[in-house]
Design a protein around this ligand. Structure first.
Ligand code: UN1
Length: 513
Protein backbone atom coordinates (compact mmCIF):
# COMPACT_ATOMS: atom_id res chain seq x y z
CA UNK A 1 0.00 0.00 0.00
CA UNK A 2 1.39 3.38 -0.90
CA UNK A 3 1.28 6.27 1.56
CA UNK A 4 -1.26 9.08 1.03
CA UNK A 5 0.26 11.75 -1.20
CA UNK A 6 -0.79 14.59 1.12
CA UNK A 7 1.26 13.09 3.97
CA UNK A 8 4.20 12.53 1.68
CA UNK A 9 4.17 16.14 0.49
CA UNK A 10 4.18 17.48 4.02
CA UNK A 11 6.84 14.95 5.11
CA UNK A 12 9.07 16.14 2.24
CA UNK A 13 8.37 19.85 2.94
CA UNK A 14 6.51 20.52 -0.30
CA UNK A 15 4.14 23.47 0.18
CA UNK A 16 1.11 24.52 -1.84
CA UNK A 17 3.22 27.29 -3.37
CA UNK A 18 6.96 26.72 -3.60
CA UNK A 19 9.74 29.23 -4.04
CA UNK A 20 11.81 29.64 -7.17
CA UNK A 21 15.26 29.18 -5.75
CA UNK A 22 17.12 27.94 -2.73
CA UNK A 23 20.61 28.55 -1.48
CA UNK A 24 20.48 26.13 1.37
CA UNK A 25 17.74 26.90 3.87
CA UNK A 26 17.26 30.30 2.26
CA UNK A 27 14.31 29.97 -0.14
CA UNK A 28 12.95 32.86 -2.18
CA UNK A 29 11.15 34.17 -5.21
CA UNK A 30 10.23 37.57 -6.56
CA UNK A 31 6.64 38.82 -6.18
CA UNK A 32 6.17 38.92 -9.95
CA UNK A 33 7.64 35.44 -10.57
CA UNK A 34 6.07 33.24 -13.22
CA UNK A 35 3.88 30.73 -11.39
CA UNK A 36 3.35 27.20 -12.72
CA UNK A 37 1.03 24.46 -11.57
CA UNK A 38 2.61 21.03 -11.32
CA UNK A 39 0.13 18.31 -12.19
CA UNK A 40 0.56 14.57 -11.93
CA UNK A 41 0.36 12.60 -15.17
CA UNK A 42 -1.09 9.74 -13.13
CA UNK A 43 -4.44 11.40 -12.32
CA UNK A 44 -4.18 14.86 -13.91
CA UNK A 45 -4.55 16.51 -10.50
CA UNK A 46 -2.59 19.57 -9.44
CA UNK A 47 0.02 18.60 -6.85
CA UNK A 48 1.40 22.04 -6.02
CA UNK A 49 2.54 25.31 -7.55
CA UNK A 50 6.09 26.45 -8.19
CA UNK A 51 7.54 29.84 -8.99
CA UNK A 52 10.19 30.33 -11.64
CA UNK A 53 13.42 32.17 -10.92
CA UNK A 54 14.31 35.38 -12.73
CA UNK A 55 17.72 36.14 -14.25
CA UNK A 56 18.51 38.38 -11.25
CA UNK A 57 17.68 35.59 -8.85
CA UNK A 58 19.87 33.19 -10.83
CA UNK A 59 22.70 35.71 -10.49
CA UNK A 60 22.27 35.99 -6.75
CA UNK A 61 22.39 32.20 -6.46
CA UNK A 62 25.67 32.10 -8.39
CA UNK A 63 27.18 34.71 -6.05
CA UNK A 64 26.14 32.66 -3.00
CA UNK A 65 27.53 29.46 -4.55
CA UNK A 66 30.83 31.16 -5.35
CA UNK A 67 31.17 32.18 -1.73
CA UNK A 68 30.30 28.69 -0.47
CA UNK A 69 32.95 27.17 -2.76
CA UNK A 70 35.70 29.12 -0.95
CA UNK A 71 34.96 27.32 2.33
CA UNK A 72 33.78 23.94 1.00
CA UNK A 73 37.02 23.35 -0.92
CA UNK A 74 38.95 23.69 2.36
CA UNK A 75 37.08 20.80 3.94
CA UNK A 76 39.22 17.63 3.56
CA UNK A 77 37.74 15.27 0.97
CA UNK A 78 37.10 12.39 3.45
CA UNK A 79 35.20 14.85 5.69
CA UNK A 80 33.14 15.88 2.66
CA UNK A 81 32.58 12.16 2.11
CA UNK A 82 31.27 11.82 5.66
CA UNK A 83 28.61 14.44 4.89
CA UNK A 84 27.63 12.56 1.73
CA UNK A 85 27.36 9.42 3.87
CA UNK A 86 24.80 11.25 6.02
CA UNK A 87 22.87 12.33 2.90
CA UNK A 88 22.80 8.64 1.91
CA UNK A 89 21.40 7.77 5.35
CA UNK A 90 18.75 10.44 5.03
CA UNK A 91 17.79 9.09 1.60
CA UNK A 92 17.48 5.62 3.12
CA UNK A 93 15.12 7.02 5.73
CA UNK A 94 13.08 8.85 3.09
CA UNK A 95 13.21 6.18 0.37
CA UNK A 96 9.54 5.32 0.56
CA UNK A 97 8.29 8.89 0.55
CA UNK A 98 10.68 10.21 -2.09
CA UNK A 99 10.23 7.13 -4.28
CA UNK A 100 6.46 7.55 -4.10
CA UNK A 101 6.69 11.23 -5.03
CA UNK A 102 8.95 10.35 -7.98
CA UNK A 103 6.32 7.88 -9.11
CA UNK A 104 3.43 10.33 -8.62
CA UNK A 105 5.08 13.42 -10.13
CA UNK A 106 6.75 11.66 -13.05
CA UNK A 107 4.53 8.63 -13.64
CA UNK A 108 7.02 5.74 -13.44
CA UNK A 109 5.96 2.61 -11.56
CA UNK A 110 6.39 2.64 -7.80
CA UNK A 111 9.03 -0.11 -8.06
CA UNK A 112 10.99 2.10 -10.44
CA UNK A 113 10.43 5.12 -8.18
CA UNK A 114 12.00 3.20 -5.29
CA UNK A 115 14.72 1.97 -7.66
CA UNK A 116 15.54 5.55 -8.56
CA UNK A 117 16.03 6.50 -4.89
CA UNK A 118 18.11 3.33 -4.44
CA UNK A 119 20.30 4.56 -7.30
CA UNK A 120 20.83 7.78 -5.31
CA UNK A 121 21.76 5.81 -2.19
CA UNK A 122 24.19 3.71 -4.24
CA UNK A 123 25.95 6.76 -5.66
CA UNK A 124 26.23 8.23 -2.14
CA UNK A 125 27.99 5.04 -1.01
CA UNK A 126 30.24 5.17 -4.06
CA UNK A 127 31.06 8.84 -3.40
CA UNK A 128 31.95 8.15 0.24
CA UNK A 129 34.59 5.62 -0.85
CA UNK A 130 35.73 7.91 -3.63
CA UNK A 131 36.37 10.70 -1.13
CA UNK A 132 39.49 8.78 -0.06
CA UNK A 133 40.51 7.88 -3.60
CA UNK A 134 40.83 11.11 -5.58
CA UNK A 135 44.15 9.83 -6.83
CA UNK A 136 46.66 11.47 -9.10
CA UNK A 137 49.70 9.69 -10.58
CA UNK A 138 53.36 10.09 -9.73
CA UNK A 139 55.82 10.08 -12.65
CA UNK A 140 59.58 9.70 -12.86
CA UNK A 141 61.23 12.92 -13.91
CA UNK A 142 63.94 12.82 -16.60
CA UNK A 143 65.95 15.26 -14.46
CA UNK A 144 67.94 14.21 -11.36
CA UNK A 145 66.56 15.12 -7.94
CA UNK A 146 63.23 16.17 -9.35
CA UNK A 147 59.82 14.88 -8.45
CA UNK A 148 56.83 14.99 -10.72
CA UNK A 149 53.22 14.21 -9.91
CA UNK A 150 49.70 15.27 -10.69
CA UNK A 151 46.93 16.32 -8.38
CA UNK A 152 43.25 17.11 -8.76
CA UNK A 153 41.63 20.29 -7.51
CA UNK A 154 37.95 21.18 -7.44
CA UNK A 155 36.56 23.25 -10.30
CA UNK A 156 34.08 25.54 -8.52
CA UNK A 157 30.42 25.68 -9.48
CA UNK A 158 28.94 22.69 -11.29
CA UNK A 159 25.66 23.46 -13.07
CA UNK A 160 23.36 20.45 -13.27
CA UNK A 161 20.54 20.47 -15.82
CA UNK A 162 18.44 17.34 -15.33
CA UNK A 163 15.56 15.74 -17.21
CA UNK A 164 12.08 14.67 -16.07
CA UNK A 165 12.60 10.94 -16.65
CA UNK A 166 15.14 10.44 -13.86
CA UNK A 167 14.20 13.53 -11.91
CA UNK A 168 16.43 12.85 -8.89
CA UNK A 169 18.93 10.06 -9.63
CA UNK A 170 20.81 11.86 -12.38
CA UNK A 171 21.16 14.96 -10.19
CA UNK A 172 22.59 12.77 -7.44
CA UNK A 173 25.14 11.17 -9.80
CA UNK A 174 26.43 14.67 -10.45
CA UNK A 175 25.95 16.32 -7.08
CA UNK A 176 27.42 13.55 -4.90
CA UNK A 177 30.57 13.29 -7.02
CA UNK A 178 30.89 17.05 -7.40
CA UNK A 179 30.55 17.53 -3.64
CA UNK A 180 33.20 14.98 -2.65
CA UNK A 181 35.43 16.58 -5.28
CA UNK A 182 35.02 19.91 -3.43
CA UNK A 183 32.70 21.60 -5.94
CA UNK A 184 29.40 23.31 -5.22
CA UNK A 185 26.26 22.66 -7.28
CA UNK A 186 23.49 24.69 -8.83
CA UNK A 187 20.68 22.42 -9.95
CA UNK A 188 18.13 23.32 -12.57
CA UNK A 189 15.66 20.43 -12.55
CA UNK A 190 13.20 19.79 -15.36
CA UNK A 191 10.30 22.23 -15.10
CA UNK A 192 8.08 19.13 -15.44
CA UNK A 193 9.35 17.61 -12.17
CA UNK A 194 10.38 20.40 -9.79
CA UNK A 195 8.75 18.94 -6.66
CA UNK A 196 11.02 15.94 -6.29
CA UNK A 197 13.93 18.38 -6.73
CA UNK A 198 12.59 20.57 -3.91
CA UNK A 199 12.30 17.47 -1.72
CA UNK A 200 15.94 16.52 -2.44
CA UNK A 201 17.10 20.05 -1.74
CA UNK A 202 15.43 19.90 1.68
CA UNK A 203 17.07 16.53 2.40
CA UNK A 204 20.54 17.75 1.39
CA UNK A 205 20.34 21.13 3.10
CA UNK A 206 19.20 19.60 6.37
CA UNK A 207 22.40 17.52 6.38
CA UNK A 208 24.62 20.45 5.40
CA UNK A 209 23.03 22.62 8.09
CA UNK A 210 23.46 19.93 10.75
CA UNK A 211 27.16 19.80 9.86
CA UNK A 212 27.59 23.59 9.89
CA UNK A 213 28.50 23.63 6.24
CA UNK A 214 27.88 26.79 4.23
CA UNK A 215 24.53 25.82 2.76
CA UNK A 216 25.26 27.52 -0.59
CA UNK A 217 27.08 24.27 -1.43
CA UNK A 218 23.69 22.98 -2.63
CA UNK A 219 21.62 25.43 -4.69
CA UNK A 220 18.41 24.93 -6.60
CA UNK A 221 17.01 27.15 -9.34
CA UNK A 222 13.60 26.38 -10.77
CA UNK A 223 12.90 27.74 -14.20
CA UNK A 224 12.62 27.01 -17.87
CA UNK A 225 15.07 27.03 -20.75
CA UNK A 226 16.21 30.58 -19.95
CA UNK A 227 17.96 29.43 -16.76
CA UNK A 228 19.76 26.70 -18.71
CA UNK A 229 20.89 29.28 -21.24
CA UNK A 230 22.15 31.65 -18.54
CA UNK A 231 24.08 28.80 -16.92
CA UNK A 232 25.57 27.60 -20.21
CA UNK A 233 27.01 30.99 -21.12
CA UNK A 234 28.10 31.86 -17.56
CA UNK A 235 31.90 31.86 -17.14
CA UNK A 236 31.37 31.53 -13.37
CA UNK A 237 30.11 27.98 -14.00
CA UNK A 238 33.17 25.99 -15.17
CA UNK A 239 31.24 22.76 -15.75
CA UNK A 240 27.69 22.28 -17.02
CA UNK A 241 26.37 18.74 -16.83
CA UNK A 242 23.23 18.37 -18.94
CA UNK A 243 20.89 15.45 -19.44
CA UNK A 244 18.11 15.60 -22.01
CA UNK A 245 17.45 15.73 -25.72
CA UNK A 246 20.13 15.97 -28.37
CA UNK A 247 18.65 19.30 -29.46
CA UNK A 248 19.09 20.71 -25.95
CA UNK A 249 22.59 19.20 -25.65
CA UNK A 250 23.75 20.84 -28.86
CA UNK A 251 22.60 24.25 -27.56
CA UNK A 252 24.33 23.73 -24.20
CA UNK A 253 27.49 22.44 -25.86
CA UNK A 254 27.65 25.40 -28.27
CA UNK A 255 27.18 27.98 -25.50
CA UNK A 256 29.61 26.32 -23.09
CA UNK A 257 32.11 25.68 -25.90
CA UNK A 258 31.97 29.32 -27.05
CA UNK A 259 33.45 30.30 -23.66
CA UNK A 260 35.75 27.22 -23.57
CA UNK A 261 34.00 25.84 -20.52
CA UNK A 262 33.48 22.15 -19.88
CA UNK A 263 30.27 20.31 -20.57
CA UNK A 264 29.22 16.79 -19.67
CA UNK A 265 26.42 15.65 -21.93
CA UNK A 266 24.11 12.67 -21.56
CA UNK A 267 21.66 12.91 -24.44
CA UNK A 268 19.42 10.71 -26.55
CA UNK A 269 19.73 7.00 -27.14
CA UNK A 270 18.32 4.67 -29.78
CA UNK A 271 19.18 1.44 -28.11
CA UNK A 272 18.96 -1.99 -29.68
CA UNK A 273 19.14 -5.56 -28.48
CA UNK A 274 20.49 -8.11 -30.95
CA UNK A 275 18.80 -11.47 -30.42
CA UNK A 276 20.86 -14.13 -32.11
CA UNK A 277 19.95 -17.69 -33.05
CA UNK A 278 21.92 -18.73 -29.93
CA UNK A 279 19.91 -16.60 -27.51
CA UNK A 280 17.92 -17.85 -24.55
CA UNK A 281 14.58 -16.55 -25.78
CA UNK A 282 12.89 -16.49 -22.37
CA UNK A 283 15.66 -14.37 -20.90
CA UNK A 284 15.64 -12.17 -23.97
CA UNK A 285 11.93 -11.61 -23.54
CA UNK A 286 12.30 -10.16 -20.04
CA UNK A 287 15.16 -7.90 -21.13
CA UNK A 288 13.29 -6.70 -24.21
CA UNK A 289 9.93 -6.07 -22.55
CA UNK A 290 11.34 -4.32 -19.48
CA UNK A 291 13.63 -2.30 -21.75
CA UNK A 292 10.74 -1.22 -23.99
CA UNK A 293 7.93 -0.56 -21.51
CA UNK A 294 9.85 0.25 -18.29
CA UNK A 295 9.37 3.95 -17.42
CA UNK A 296 6.86 3.85 -20.34
CA UNK A 297 9.78 3.90 -22.77
CA UNK A 298 11.05 7.20 -21.36
CA UNK A 299 14.54 6.15 -20.31
CA UNK A 300 17.56 7.28 -22.31
CA UNK A 301 18.43 3.59 -22.16
CA UNK A 302 14.99 2.28 -23.20
CA UNK A 303 15.04 -0.49 -25.77
CA UNK A 304 13.75 0.98 -29.04
CA UNK A 305 14.90 -1.66 -31.54
CA UNK A 306 15.13 -5.45 -31.52
CA UNK A 307 17.41 -6.85 -34.20
CA UNK A 308 16.41 -10.50 -34.41
CA UNK A 309 17.99 -13.39 -36.30
CA UNK A 310 15.71 -14.66 -39.07
CA UNK A 311 15.74 -18.22 -37.68
CA UNK A 312 14.14 -17.13 -34.37
CA UNK A 313 12.29 -14.05 -35.63
CA UNK A 314 8.79 -15.51 -35.85
CA UNK A 315 9.06 -17.46 -32.59
CA UNK A 316 10.31 -14.43 -30.71
CA UNK A 317 7.72 -12.14 -32.25
CA UNK A 318 5.00 -14.48 -31.04
CA UNK A 319 6.42 -14.50 -27.51
CA UNK A 320 6.54 -10.71 -27.53
CA UNK A 321 2.99 -10.29 -28.77
CA UNK A 322 1.78 -12.66 -26.04
CA UNK A 323 3.83 -10.88 -23.38
CA UNK A 324 2.40 -7.49 -24.42
CA UNK A 325 -1.08 -8.89 -23.76
CA UNK A 326 -0.07 -9.37 -20.10
CA UNK A 327 1.16 -5.81 -19.55
CA UNK A 328 -1.01 -3.96 -17.07
CA UNK A 329 -1.21 -0.23 -17.64
CA UNK A 330 -2.57 2.19 -15.07
CA UNK A 331 -1.89 4.11 -11.88
CA UNK A 332 1.84 3.62 -11.28
CA UNK A 333 1.28 3.76 -7.52
CA UNK A 334 -0.67 0.51 -7.82
CA UNK A 335 2.03 -2.12 -7.72
CA UNK A 336 -0.01 -4.48 -9.88
CA UNK A 337 0.60 -2.23 -12.88
CA UNK A 338 3.71 -2.59 -15.01
CA UNK A 339 3.45 0.72 -16.82
CA UNK A 340 2.20 4.18 -15.91
CA UNK A 341 1.48 7.23 -18.07
CA UNK A 342 3.71 9.32 -20.29
CA UNK A 343 4.92 12.55 -18.70
CA UNK A 344 2.26 14.81 -20.28
CA UNK A 345 -0.15 15.20 -23.16
CA UNK A 346 2.53 16.71 -25.41
CA UNK A 347 4.41 13.42 -25.06
CA UNK A 348 1.25 11.55 -26.03
CA UNK A 349 0.94 13.73 -29.16
CA UNK A 350 4.56 12.96 -30.11
CA UNK A 351 3.95 9.23 -29.56
CA UNK A 352 0.84 9.28 -31.78
CA UNK A 353 2.68 11.29 -34.42
CA UNK A 354 5.55 8.76 -34.44
CA UNK A 355 3.09 5.90 -34.97
CA UNK A 356 1.59 7.73 -37.96
CA UNK A 357 5.03 8.47 -39.39
CA UNK A 358 6.04 4.83 -38.94
CA UNK A 359 2.91 3.64 -40.77
CA UNK A 360 3.50 6.16 -43.57
CA UNK A 361 7.00 4.75 -44.09
CA UNK A 362 5.65 1.21 -44.31
CA UNK A 363 5.85 0.02 -40.67
CA UNK A 364 3.68 -3.01 -39.91
CA UNK A 365 2.20 -2.87 -36.41
CA UNK A 366 1.96 -6.33 -34.87
CA UNK A 367 0.79 -4.80 -31.58
CA UNK A 368 -1.25 -1.67 -32.18
CA UNK A 369 -0.68 1.51 -30.20
CA UNK A 370 -3.07 4.28 -29.25
CA UNK A 371 -4.18 6.52 -26.44
CA UNK A 372 -6.10 4.90 -23.60
CA UNK A 373 -9.47 6.40 -22.74
CA UNK A 374 -11.75 5.98 -19.71
CA UNK A 375 -11.91 6.97 -16.06
CA UNK A 376 -8.71 5.21 -15.07
CA UNK A 377 -6.88 7.17 -17.76
CA UNK A 378 -8.51 10.57 -17.17
CA UNK A 379 -5.19 12.46 -17.14
CA UNK A 380 -4.99 11.84 -20.89
CA UNK A 381 -1.39 10.64 -20.58
CA UNK A 382 -1.81 6.86 -20.82
CA UNK A 383 -0.91 5.00 -24.02
CA UNK A 384 -0.59 1.41 -25.19
CA UNK A 385 2.89 0.02 -25.71
CA UNK A 386 3.15 -1.07 -29.33
CA UNK A 387 5.39 -3.06 -31.67
CA UNK A 388 6.08 -2.46 -35.35
CA UNK A 389 8.06 -4.38 -37.96
CA UNK A 390 10.25 -1.82 -39.71
CA UNK A 391 13.47 -1.25 -41.63
CA UNK A 392 16.33 0.36 -39.80
CA UNK A 393 16.70 3.17 -42.34
CA UNK A 394 13.17 4.54 -41.77
CA UNK A 395 13.44 8.16 -40.67
CA UNK A 396 11.26 7.52 -37.63
CA UNK A 397 13.42 4.55 -36.59
CA UNK A 398 16.53 6.73 -36.76
CA UNK A 399 14.87 9.17 -34.40
CA UNK A 400 14.48 8.76 -30.61
CA UNK A 401 10.79 8.85 -29.67
CA UNK A 402 10.47 8.98 -25.88
CA UNK A 403 7.58 6.50 -25.72
CA UNK A 404 6.90 2.75 -25.63
CA UNK A 405 7.22 2.03 -29.36
CA UNK A 406 9.34 -1.02 -30.11
CA UNK A 407 10.71 -1.68 -33.60
CA UNK A 408 11.49 -5.18 -34.92
CA UNK A 409 14.18 -5.66 -37.54
CA UNK A 410 15.25 -9.00 -39.07
CA UNK A 411 18.87 -9.96 -39.83
CA UNK A 412 20.71 -12.92 -41.30
CA UNK A 413 24.36 -12.62 -40.17
CA UNK A 414 26.06 -11.04 -37.18
CA UNK A 415 28.06 -8.42 -39.10
CA UNK A 416 24.82 -7.19 -40.61
CA UNK A 417 23.20 -7.09 -37.16
CA UNK A 418 26.08 -5.04 -35.76
CA UNK A 419 25.88 -2.65 -38.72
CA UNK A 420 22.16 -2.22 -38.06
CA UNK A 421 22.76 -1.72 -34.34
CA UNK A 422 25.37 0.96 -35.06
CA UNK A 423 23.44 2.44 -37.98
CA UNK A 424 21.69 5.24 -36.05
CA UNK A 425 22.92 8.71 -35.03
CA UNK A 426 22.82 7.89 -31.29
CA UNK A 427 25.24 5.69 -29.31
CA UNK A 428 24.17 5.18 -25.70
CA UNK A 429 23.31 1.57 -24.85
CA UNK A 430 23.29 -1.75 -26.67
CA UNK A 431 22.97 -5.45 -25.93
CA UNK A 432 23.37 -8.89 -27.43
CA UNK A 433 21.50 -11.98 -26.31
CA UNK A 434 23.55 -15.07 -27.04
CA UNK A 435 25.10 -18.12 -25.42
CA UNK A 436 27.78 -18.20 -28.10
CA UNK A 437 31.14 -16.85 -26.95
CA UNK A 438 32.26 -15.85 -30.43
CA UNK A 439 29.12 -13.79 -31.01
CA UNK A 440 29.37 -12.12 -27.61
CA UNK A 441 33.05 -11.23 -27.95
CA UNK A 442 32.63 -9.96 -31.52
CA UNK A 443 29.84 -7.67 -30.31
CA UNK A 444 32.13 -6.33 -27.55
CA UNK A 445 35.19 -5.94 -29.80
CA UNK A 446 36.37 -2.84 -31.67
CA UNK A 447 34.35 -4.16 -34.61
CA UNK A 448 31.24 -4.50 -32.48
CA UNK A 449 28.90 -2.06 -30.75
CA UNK A 450 29.84 1.61 -31.04
CA UNK A 451 27.88 2.54 -27.90
CA UNK A 452 29.06 3.73 -24.49
CA UNK A 453 27.31 0.74 -22.92
CA UNK A 454 27.41 -2.76 -24.43
CA UNK A 455 25.85 -5.67 -22.53
CA UNK A 456 25.68 -9.44 -22.97
CA UNK A 457 22.53 -11.26 -21.86
CA UNK A 458 21.21 -8.14 -20.15
CA UNK A 459 18.85 -5.56 -21.69
CA UNK A 460 19.83 -2.00 -22.61
CA UNK A 461 18.39 -0.26 -19.55
CA UNK A 462 19.07 -0.51 -15.85
CA UNK A 463 22.80 0.22 -15.67
CA UNK A 464 24.46 0.03 -12.24
CA UNK A 465 26.09 3.16 -10.84
CA UNK A 466 29.56 1.58 -10.54
CA UNK A 467 30.32 1.88 -14.25
CA UNK A 468 30.77 5.09 -16.22
CA UNK A 469 27.42 5.99 -17.77
CA UNK A 470 27.08 7.75 -21.12
CA UNK A 471 27.45 7.29 -24.83
CA UNK A 472 28.94 8.30 -28.13
CA UNK A 473 27.83 10.20 -31.25
CA UNK A 474 24.64 12.20 -30.68
CA UNK A 475 24.50 10.90 -27.10
CA UNK A 476 27.14 13.55 -26.42
CA UNK A 477 30.26 11.67 -25.26
CA UNK A 478 29.91 12.42 -21.53
CA UNK A 479 30.46 9.92 -18.74
CA UNK A 480 28.73 10.22 -15.38
CA UNK A 481 28.37 8.14 -12.26
CA UNK A 482 30.97 5.42 -11.54
CA UNK A 483 34.48 4.41 -12.65
CA UNK A 484 36.67 7.52 -13.10
CA UNK A 485 33.83 9.86 -14.15
CA UNK A 486 34.79 11.99 -11.13
CA UNK A 487 37.75 13.39 -13.06
CA UNK A 488 35.43 15.63 -15.08
CA UNK A 489 34.46 17.43 -11.86
CA UNK A 490 38.06 18.38 -11.09
CA UNK A 491 40.96 20.16 -12.73
CA UNK A 492 44.21 18.30 -13.13
CA UNK A 493 47.47 19.97 -12.23
CA UNK A 494 50.92 18.61 -13.05
CA UNK A 495 53.56 19.56 -10.50
CA UNK A 496 57.33 19.27 -10.94
CA UNK A 497 59.53 19.95 -7.94
CA UNK A 498 63.28 20.45 -8.17
CA UNK A 499 65.10 19.58 -4.94
CA UNK A 500 68.61 19.70 -6.48
CA UNK A 501 71.07 22.59 -6.29
CA UNK A 502 71.00 23.32 -10.03
CA UNK A 503 68.35 24.11 -12.57
CA UNK A 504 68.68 21.60 -15.42
CA UNK A 505 66.28 22.14 -18.33
CA UNK A 506 64.09 19.42 -19.78
CA UNK A 507 64.96 17.91 -23.16
CA UNK A 508 68.66 18.49 -22.31
CA UNK A 509 68.59 22.11 -23.45
CA UNK A 510 71.70 24.08 -22.47
CA UNK A 511 71.13 27.63 -21.29
CA UNK A 512 74.12 28.95 -19.33
CA UNK A 513 74.43 32.51 -18.14
C1 UN1 B 1 18.43 8.04 -18.09
O1 UN1 B 1 17.51 7.51 -18.70
O2 UN1 B 1 18.74 9.24 -18.29
O3 UN1 B 1 20.51 2.68 -16.92
C2 UN1 B 1 19.24 7.36 -17.02
C3 UN1 B 1 19.37 3.06 -16.60
C4 UN1 B 1 19.25 3.93 -15.37
C5 UN1 B 1 19.60 5.34 -15.68
C6 UN1 B 1 18.93 5.91 -16.89
N1 UN1 B 1 20.13 3.42 -14.35
O4 UN1 B 1 18.37 2.75 -17.23
Amino acid sequence: MSLPIKDILSHLHINDINHAFSTGSNWGSSPNAFVKDVTSPTDGKKIATVKFATADEYNSVVVTAQKAFKTWRQVPAPKRGEIIRQIGESLRENKKQLGTLVSYEMGKSLQEGYGEVQEMIDICDFAVGLSRQLYGLTMHSERPEHRMYEQYHPLGIVGVISAFNFPVAVWSWNAMLAWVCGDVCIWKPSEKTPLTAIACQHIAQEVFKRNNVDEGVSCLVIGDREIGELMSSDTRVPLVSATGSTRMGKAVSAAVGARLGKSLLELGGNNAIIITENADLDMSLIGAVFGAVGTAGQRCTSTRRLIIHQSVYDAFKEKLVNAYKQIKIGDPLDENNHMGPLIDQDAVALYLDSIEKCKAEGGNFVVEGGKLEGDAYASGCYVKPCIAEVENHFKIVQHETFAPILYLIKYSDLDEAIDLQNGVPQGLSSAIMTNNLREAETFLSYAGSDCGIANVNIGTSGAEIGGAFGGEKETGGGRESGSDAWKVYMRRQTNTINYSKTLPLAQGIKFDL
